[in-house]
Each structure stands twice: as structure tokens, then as C-alpha cells.
Design a protein around this ligand. Structure first.
Ligand code: FAD
Length: 414
């Protein structure tokens, strides 16, 4: 990736170049700017980034991610389009002999009004992009094609005949990250032979701000409340064959299949939205930082869409990166130097490792037909049902990482 570097747009060397204008890249650029860094964001504008692909996903953002959006002046643009998540219900819909009773986690058990809020990805990215254009010195609507890195800076090709320089590259350019390759960081990929559909639908029984997860052998089916009490978003994870069928079938057959799986949980279902398919895969980068580059969001790691962890993890990457860069600048250090890279990797290691492991284990425990694993899963779920202190501990762990939250994500930081 170091050849064919073009002539510079300017001689200026930015503190940080954030590559990728998905939600985790934009939130990182805003957090860095908020902390006083000279930051430039590079990536296609939202509609160009979708490149004709449907973006039907919503993001269940945990309270700390919402606190970050508040601190960055973005939440006021989204609040009216967001639905609070007050409860999470888990239903064992497997055919296992050891079916567990339903479990409901309530935010009120932790003294919280809600675990977080559900918001459409398109609305989130549009709001972040608009804010970035307001406050960043430059948002460059282009793709990075090559990066050359030396002892003092990274030079990024941003379009034919132009380049720009930064002391640190924040790679938020998704699962096929150019930044990761340029930094020489390898990956380990996990394949689950599953796929997912994201869409939305209407229902006759109000959701009452409860998200429901049906755990099945083929994968989970999750409904997440939308602002309309009679509408929910849907993530249907299943075998590649099941999902291919559900993508191709007509609306009537899809609704019949959905109604059959949900039973009477939300009453009669209707009006399915457009259906888009997303691969279910896992990816772990060998390192989180190397050669003036840090990786963020789905550039490292990529998780299956269970338990609303992926983007929330990307937001915590953003907050931690902003703290590390601010600290380096405050102490007159190079934000792309070895100390700053190590500080970022250290700050993120445990959170990323525990979430990746947890999501992988949960997904595999659903897919397995091994009795001992089914028994272990049953014991854990029974324990959660019977023991409120254990349930509260697990809820807290789901909401906040075992390490300290980044400064912009602490309640009231905005
Ligand atoms: C069905 C489904 C449901 C989900 N639900 C949730 C949920 O409820 N809660 C949650 O926390 N997470 C959820 N996730 C995960 C979440 O959607 C992802 O973590 C998140 O969208 C990833 O954002 P990102 O910015 O890291 O990556 P992306 O959205 O992939 O963005 C990468 C960006 O980089 C740009 N780019 C790529 N290459 C270059 C380049 N060379 N130069 C410049 N730019 C480049 C792309 O155009 C894109 O804009 C879900 C995932 C799925 C599949």
C-alpha cells in the first residue's frame, strides 16, 4: 500500500486522519475534535457509502453510547426518532429437552429508565455526518487508496493526484480495512455459516419498549422497539439456506413465517419493510495498533449481531482513542508514537476481548447439539432467572465494560 503516493493537498500534517465515515469513524472524528485534536475525516458521504445497498439496520445504543452522542451535540438531532429499551426478554425457542423458562431483564432493576435507545442506522449516520461537516476542519468525501507510513507521519492518497498527511491514522474503514493492511496487521476470521436479515414490521400488540430475543438452534430472532408502539425492527439470524429463502420469498410468505415464529408475543404481524441480508461472521485483528495506525469499529473486531454489542464497542473505541490522543497532545507527545499506540491498545484490549468471546460463546451455545453445552447454558439461564443479584451483575456487565468508561461516555459528561 505504500506505492503511488500522490502530491499533497497541503503541507499541513494533521494530528489524526480518521478513515471511514460509517458510524464508528464519524463518532471518533467528532470525539477527537471535541478533545482538541486537529482531525480530518475521509470517506464517502452516507448515500455514496451505501452504494445502492439497502441499509435497513437499526442500532440499539446503550446508555453510555447515548451519553457520548449527547456530549458531541448529536443526540438532540436523534432523540425524537429513538425508542427507549426498557426491558429485554429472552425466550428459549429451541427444541432442546432442557428448555429454560423465559427471562426478562428490566432496566428498573438497575434503577435506570432504559438500557438504551434504538435508532435507525441511516438517521444516525446522517446526523453524525452533518455534525462532522459543521465542526471538523475537513470532511473529504473520497476513499483512501494507499497509505505510506514513515517515522514522522502517514501520507494518505485520498483521490487521484492528491494526498494528505497525519501523525496518526484511525482506521474505521470496516471489515476489509485498507488501514489494517497498510499497517501490516493480520486477522483471524470466524465463519458461522449463518446470515441475517434486518427489516421492520408492524404488530397489533404494543411492544411496551420490550426487546424480545428468541433463541433457536439456527440463530436468534430479535425484535427491537421502534418509536411507534406498534412497530419493531427485526434481526433474523439463521442458516444461510433459511435466510436465502426468506430474502427471496414474497411479503405474504415472510409475514407468515415471522408470525409463526413469534406466536402471540406481539399479536398479528404485518407491513414488513424492505429486507436486506448481512453476513454473520467474526473477525479479530492480531493487534489493535501498529505503525502510526489504530483500528476501530468493524476494522477490528467484527461480531455476529447478537446482544447489540458491535457498534457500542465501536463507540467505546472512539471515546478511548479521544482520551489517548488528548493525553499525548497535552504532554507534547506524538499522537501516532509508540506510547500513544500502546496506550490505546491497552485501554481497549480487555473490553474487546471479553465482548468478542461472550458473543461468540452465546452464538455457538445456540448452534450446538452437544448435550453438555446445552446443560451448561440451561444452568446459567436458570441461575439468572432465580438469582436477582446475579441478574443485576450480568445486566451491569452488559451495559458497561469491565474497564473504566472513556471520559466522554460517563453520565453527565456532555
Ligand atoms: C443485522 C445487524 C444488526 C446490528 N444491530 C446492532 C445493534 O443493535 N447495536 C450495535 O451496537 N451494533 C449492531 N450491529 C453492528 C453495527 O451495525 C456495526 O458494528 C456498525 O454498523 C459498524 O460500523 P463501522 O463504522 O465500524 O463500519 P461500517 O459501517 O462498515 O463503515 C465503514 C465505512 O468505511 C468506509 N470505507 C471503507 N473503505 C474505505 C476507504 N478505503 N477509504 C475511506 N472510507 C472507506 C465505508 O464506505 C463505510 O462508510 C448490527 C449489525 C448487523 C449486521
Amino acid at each position: 500500500m505504500s506505492s503511488n503516493i500522490a502530491s499533497p493537498l497541503t503541507d499541513h500534517v494533521h494530528d489524526v486522519a480518521v478513515v471511514g465515515t460509517g458510524p464508528s469513524g464519524l463518532v471518533a472524528a467528532l470525539a477527537l475534535a471535541h478533545k482538541g485534536a486537529d482531525v480530518v475525516a475521509i470517506g464517502p458521504a452516507p448515500a455514496a457509502s451505501r452504494d445502492g445497498r439497502l441499509e435497513t439496520r437499526t442500532a440499539a445504543l446503550l446508555a453510555s453510547s447515548v451519553d457520548l452522542l449527547k456530549a458531541l451535540g448529536v443526540w438532540n438531532r436523534l432523540a425524537r426518532e429513538a425508542a427507549p429499551l426498557k426491558s429485554i426478554r429472552i425466550i428459549d425457542a429451541s427444541r432442546s429437552l432442557l428448555r429454560t423458562p423465559d427471562i426478562e431483564f428490566k432496566a428498573t432493576e438497575l434503577g435506570l429508565p432504559a438500557f438504551g435507545y434504538n435508532v435507525a442506522n441511516t438517521a444516525l449516520v446522517e446526523a453524525l455526518y452533518a455534525r462532522a461537516r459543521e465542526i471538523l476542519p475537513a470532511v473529504i468525501p473520497a476513499s483512501v487508496t494507499a497509505i505510506a507510513i514513515d517515522g514522522k507521519k502517514a501520507v494518505l492518497n485520498v483521490r487521484d493526484g492528491a494526498s494528505l498527511s497525519a501523525r496518526l491514522v484511525a482506521g474505521a474503514d470496516g471489515r476489509r480495512s485498507v488501514c489494517r493492511t497498510s499497517a501490516g496487521i493480520g486477522v483471524t476470521e470466524r465463519h458461522y455459516h449463518q446470515s441475517a436479515i434486518a427489516t421492520h414490521f408492524r404488530h397489533t400488540i404494543p411492544h411496551e419498549n420490550v426487546s424480545t430475543e428468541l433463541h433457536r438452534e439456527q440463530g436468534s430472532i430479535t425484535t427491537v422497539p421502534l418509536p411507534d408502539a406498534h412497530a419493531s425492527s427485526l434481526i433474523w439470524v439463521g442458516s444461510a439456506v433459511e435466510i436465502a429463502h426468506l430474502i427471496q420469498c414474497d411479503d405474504e410468505s415472510f409475514i407468515a413465517a415471522l408470525g409463526g415464529r413469534l406466536g402471540d408475543i406481539l399479536g398479528a404481524v404485518s407491513d414488513p419493510g424492505p429486507r436486506a441480508e448481512f453476513a454473520v461472521a467474526g473477525l479479530a485483528a492480531d493487534r489493535l495498533a501498529a505503525r502510526r495506525t489504530v483500528l476501530r469499529g468493524e476494522a477490528a473486531p467484527l461480531l455476529p449481531p447478537i446482544g447489540a454489542q458491535g457498534l457500542n464497542l465501536g463507540f467505546r473505541d472512539a471515546g478511548a482513542l479521544a482520551d489517548c490522543v488528548a493525553d499525548a497532545l497535552h504532554r507534547g507527545r506524538d499522537p501516532g508514537g509508540a506510547d500513544a499506540l500502546e496506550a490505546y491498545a491497552e485501554a481497549r484490549r480487555v473490553d474487546i476481548m471479553t465482548r468478542s468471546l461472550g458473543v461468540d460463546l452465546l452464538n455457538r451455545s445456540l448452534l450446538t447439539s452437544l448435550l453438555p453445552l446445552q446443560v451448561a447454558r440451561g444452568i446459567v439461564l436458570h441461575g439468572l432467572n432465580m438469582l436477582p443479584p446475579l441478574r443485576r451483575a450480568v445486566m451491569r456487565l452488559g451495559l458497561v465494560p469491565p474497564t473504566e468508561l472513556p471520559s466522554l461516555m460517563r453520565p453527565g459528561s456532555g
